[in-house]
Design a protein around this ligand. Structure first.
Ligand code: PMP
Ligand code: GLN
Length: 427
């Protein structure tokens, strides 16, 4: 005890500040996109179409699930670290037909604190210093940060428009460029479909090509599919785990927050072969041990309800895909009225808007156009969005003048946002 106290005092008897310096691995990662842009929206009292969170009231069945869950004594206790039995059983029942195999609830599923934790666990479980991780960009910001915190090297491969850029599915990988990114150091590849921020759905052919390339190089795939239930009606969500050679090398990540439109829940899961999931479990049990039990009881009930109502009108997932499509069409219509073109998405929460017709001029010698434009719109038009360049590590030129807007919002928020968009050009 005495030694500890002495060690933390410097020769002047004060606490030695150098002991308080951050570990190297977190230096350079102090800023966070969501912290910064949420604060900006609040500061300017802007309508927040920036951060991706639905602001509508919870569906009735969710409230019922909570009032029933409260009466389950074990829902208030610690639970099994790798996942609450009722939830992993329900997830196994839901995903087994979707993945075309019987998923073992005890060994092939892990629940986590949000999809964030599953992504963190997957990346830290497999990335050693010097390992290369391929990130398809634009990409969700946490991927590159976690890779760098692990001492790994993000290797960026862009999605680029091939044909009409206003169709999200035309943003594709250049096959030769993608294959050229693999080296003997490549350990892992991140995939995200439905895609944040483009709104692209990868096709079965694209998934097959990616899976075959990963198989050839014996690379692990982490597939972030948090928007899997937000695919617009008539479109199909293709899972890379279902591609030939996909299952044995893929960790598929899902999110209760996204699947039931309550992003504050922070409950997620990872599904994959035991050989991979057991490694995520090592990180998970050390970091948090388990996700909150009562939340898992509530979500188990919601998943069970979905299984029962599958394909029916009352199924929340069928409603959700229509809600998302409707929200998206509100923004498209407002942008159309304002003469702004968009990259039309087929799923997810987001749409990219091309701000060039606004004719705004900024000095871009220090700060990118889209960043200044997003800040200007938040401050002067009270419309908060996210600049696309923040989702790029290398190919920022592709982001140019795009602003990401979130359409997973209440009718009221979309109406206010839509009115502002219609007003922008007039002003
Ligand atoms: N992946 C993507 C692509 C996301 O947009 C988000 C946003 N929240 C997450 C993961 C994290 O999900 P969760 O809130 O369940 O942690
Ligand atoms: N996933 C959300 C988005 O892309 C934000 C995540 C967060 O707020 N940390 O907007």
């Amino acid at each position: 005890m005495l030694r500890t106290v002495q060690q933390s005092l410097c020769c002047h008897g004060n606490r030695c500040l150098s002991n308080f310096a951050p570990a190297q691995r977190i230096i350079g990662h102090e800023k966070n996109l969501w912290v910064e842009y949420s604060a900006l929206a609040i500061k300017h009292k802007a309508v927040n179409l920036g951060q991706g969170f639905p602001d509508f009231t919870p569906p009735e069945f969710l409230k019922e699930a909570w009032s029933d869950a409260v009466n389950v004594p074990s829902a208030h206790w610690y639970t099994r670290g790798q996942g609450y039995p009722r939830l992993v059983n329900a997830l196994s029942e839901m995903y087994s037909p979707e993945l075309g195999r019987q998923i073992d609830p005890m060994t092939e599923i892990m629940t986590s604190v949000g999809a964030y934790e599953s992504l963190y666990a997957a990346l830290t479980a497999f990335t050693d210093p010097g390992d290369e991780v391929i990130l398809i960009e634009p990409h969700f910001d946490s991927y590159s940060v976690v890779v760098e915190v692990c001492g790994g090297k993000p290797v960026y491969v862009p999605l680029k428009p091939d044909g009409d850029p206003t169709n999200a599915n035309n943003w594709v990988l250049d096959k030769a460029e993608f294959e050229g990114a693999f080296t003997s150091k490549t350990k892992l590849l991140m995939v995200n479909t439905p895609h944040n921020p483009i709104g692209k759905l990868f096709s079965a052919e694209e998934m097959e090509f990616i899976a075959r390339t990963c198989e050839k190089h014996n690379v692990i795939i982490v597939s972030d599919e948090v928007y899997e239930r937000c695919v617009f009606p008539g479109h199909v969500h293709h899972r890379i785990a279902n591609a030939p050679g996909g299952w044995e090398r893929t960790v598929t990540v899902g999110s209760a927050g996204k699947s039931f439109s309550m992003t504050g829940y922070k409950l997620g899961w990872a599904i994959g072969p035991e050989e991979l999931i057991s490694k995520l479990q090592t990180v998970h049990q050390t970091a948090v041990y388990s996700a909150p039990t009562i939340l898992q009881e509530v979500i188990a009930r919601c998943v069970e309800r979905e299984i029962e109502l599958k394909g029916q009108e009352q199924s929340y997932h069928s409603q959700l895909s229509k809600i998302m499509e409707k929200g998206c069409s509100e923004i498209i219509s407002a942008c159309g009225d304002a003469g702004l073109s968009v990259v039309e998405p087929f799923g997810g929460y987001f749409i990219l808007v091309d701000t060039s017709p606004l004719g705004l001029e900024f000095d871009t010698s220090q700060v990118a156009y889209d960043i200044q434009c997003a800040q200007w719109l938040t401050e002067h038009m009270k419309l908060a969005g996210i600049p696309l360049s923040l989702f790029f590590g290398k190919n920022k030129h592709l982001s140019e003048k795009y602003l990401r807007l979130c359409f997973a919002k209440s009718e009221q928020t979309l109406k206010i946002g839509g009115d502002i968009i219609r007003d922008i050009v007039a002003k």
